[in-house]
Design a protein around this ligand. Structure first.
Ligand code: SAM
Length: 408
């Protein structure tokens, strides 16, 4: 049964479903959900619907490797240093991190144990033989315990199902999906399915304006509890598009919320169409990520934009060194464009990076301070260049997930 057929069956059997239940099925239904990774529906890259930082340039992984190296040193250099990447998709980021880590000092690369975790079995590097150091686990969550290491994610939380709420006639209502008289999927408003929705807004001190729509991710506490339980000691690095709650729920800037859809590099904003064939995503409420983490025992250590984070780790040095390399004009231009895209304001550069820690001191992590230590380490790396696994940006790529014009 396809995702849409299952959604319709569920509504016919039990009545309207919450938007979060709809999104869960549309994205993750094993038979034809968007992230069931059907061979004909690759989400990422040229043939897909959008691109992410790992695809834009391998410098993203190389600079993260420098940050991971510092975390490893802070944990006193364990011989087995686990990096669990949640929502790893095709595993490209792991490949780029491991490639750079092999050039970092102190045999760091040999200590790195990279584990790609994803709900669905995406085709990618974890499956390819001859790639030592990468393991792959198919799971929704973190089936790991007692780690001294890192829980890393890039664009994971924006793919979690969200509830949609709307303030109407002074009451908080929730968006459900039902079937109209013509048998079409349609939106309706009813009582919130859980008191946790109002409680979340209250915790954040957010009062929605009349008519305002907002998305709420109720899975954050469960997720934070899960990753905190996986770590004996270490760090959580979460990279995604989103904002602190006061900005995210600003009724003048985002009266319709941030839920959006992507289909073939076009932002379509039509969740009830192309079910299972288009991406659906909402910006991350980083205040709630921090709050959920604190309840689970994770201490916030840093929060900054991706652009600043990568510059602190030496992005500009890569750019300068690239200019001096004997490359063909096309190769040089493609790599320059990829490096620029990673930190571009209004694009990937406006993504956010959150660091949290468990059982660690309050260290100053290189990505969050304008010190040169991280950037100097980057000098020991060769400038990574695009491979045929990355995309080439100069040909014009509109869709950076999460930053579509109508939602900004
Ligand atoms: C937007 S994609 C990002 C992929 C990759 N990190 C990148 O940056 O290219 C989100 C990925 O998260 C996975 N995912 C969603 N929820 C998950 C969960 N609870 N546990 C593990 N993976 C999950 C999806 O299957 C999908 O592969």
């Amino acid at each position: 049964m396809t995702a849409e057929a299952e959604i319709r069956r569920s509504i016919r059997d039990t009545g309207p479903i919450t938007f979060a239940e709809f999104m869960e099925m549309a994205l993750y239904w094993p038979d034809g959900g968007y992230y069931s990774y059907l061979p004909e529906a690759e989400p990422f890259g040229a043939a897909g619907d959008y691109y992410t930082s790992p695809l834009a340039h391998p410098a993203f992984g190389a600079l993260l490797a420098a940050q991971l190296y510092q975390c490893w040193r802070l944990l006193e250099g364990p011989a087995s240093f686990y990096v669990a990447e949640l929502g790893a998709g095709n595993g490209l980021l792991g490949r780029d991190i491991l490639t750079a880590a092999a050039d970092l000092p102190d045999d760091f690369g040999r200590c790195l144990r990279y584990v790609c975790v994803d709900r669905h079995n995406a085709p990618g590097y974890g499956h390819e033989p001859g790639w030592p150091g990468v393991a792959r686990i198919t799971a929704a969550g973190t089936p790991l315990r007692r780690l001294r290491g890192i829980i890393l994610s890039n664009e994971l939380l924006d793919a979690f199902p969200v509830h949609q709420v709307r303030q109407e006639q002074g009451e908080l209502r929730e968006v459900y999906i039902g079937l109209n008289d013509a048998g079409q999927l349609s939106e309706l408003l009813a009582e919130p399915s859980s008191p946790a929705l109002a409680a979340r807004l209250e915790e954040l001190g957010i009062a929605l304006a009349e008519g305002q729509t907002a998305e709420i991710n109720l899975q954050l506490d469960c997720w934070a509890g899960d990753i905190a339980a996986a770590l004996d000691a270490g760090f959580v690095l979460t990279i995604d598009y989103g904002r602190p709650a006061a900005e995210l729920y600003d009724s003048r800037l985002r009266p319709r919320g941030t839920l959006t859809t992507y289909y073939r590099h076009v932002q379509t904003d039509a969740p009830l169409r192309n079910i299972g064939r288009q991406d659906m995503t909402a910006q991350v409420d980083f205040s709630s990520v921090v709050n959920a983490g604190s309840r689970a025992g994770l201490t916030p250590l840093g929060f900054t934009s991706q652009g600043q984070f990568l510059r602190n780790l030496g992005l500009d040095r890569f750019r300068r060194r690239l200019a001096a390399m004997p490359l063909s004009p096309e190769t040089a231009a493609a790599n320059r464009a990829g490096l620029t895209a990673l930190a571009r304001p209004g694009g990937l550069g406006d993504f956010q990076v959150l660091a949290q820690g468990k059982n660690v001191e309050q260290p100053q992590l290189w990505g969050f301070e304008p010190s040169s230590a991280g950037a100097e380490l980057t000098e020991s790396l060769s400038v990574p260049l695009l491979t045929d696994r990355h995309i080439s940006l100069p040909s014009g790529w509109p869709a950076v997930e999460g930053l579509g014009a109508s939602h900004e």
